[in-house]
Design a protein around this ligand. Sequence first.
Ligand code: ZN
Length: 242
Amino acid sequence: MRILVLSDIHANLSAFESVLESAQDDWDIIWCLGDVIGYGPDPNECVSLLRQNEHMSLSGNHDWAVLEKLDLKTFNEDARAAIQWTQSMLTEDNCSYLKDLPSIAIAEPFTLAHASPRQPVWEYVLDRTTAAENFQEFSTPYCLVGHSHVPMIFEQLNQHEVEWYAPMYERQVSLNDNRLIINPGSVGQPRDYDPRAAYGLLDLDDMTWEHRRVAYPVEKTQSRMTDHGLPERLISRLEYGL
Ligand code: ZN
């Protein structure tokens, strides 16, 4: 079984389509780690495209906010404006689909969490201390997280020590060793100074993980955001990947 691991699509249809095109037939099912909507100009199109494919999905903090499961005050002004615009656009059918999604799930030998196993909707796992604490919070060998929009891998060397690795693109990493927390990065709003869409491929037969990047027509997403009057800062950040 080969899995296309996506996170933080954030209503960026051009990025999502480019990922599907670039991954071609290299996968059997999508695992989506949440935040399908929020920020971008195509919430319904992204939810529909996800639903058209064989998949399993979590929900993230932006999905929750659109569904009014989180207080909008916890978001900054730009994110809040995008969430409110998304609320006005999202169809009832897509709303009820998103409402039923969990924010953490187990698919042996993986735990899947939008943000972290300790706080599935909120916590950013960006440093070794936070990662070390989170290794205590799940029992499977591996964990997939999104939320930070930064692709990376944490490896548990022992009870107290954790190592951190930047992604090695197009290279398969063997999973038959220490426990790992893996972040595929963000499809629709990367924040590691690389504007290309990020995703991952997991091969459960060979037990390998691969980080991937693909360029997409950023200007197409930006002009749709301009058409809908979405905040300028959210539009410009896409070309810098931050
Ligand atoms: Zn996100």
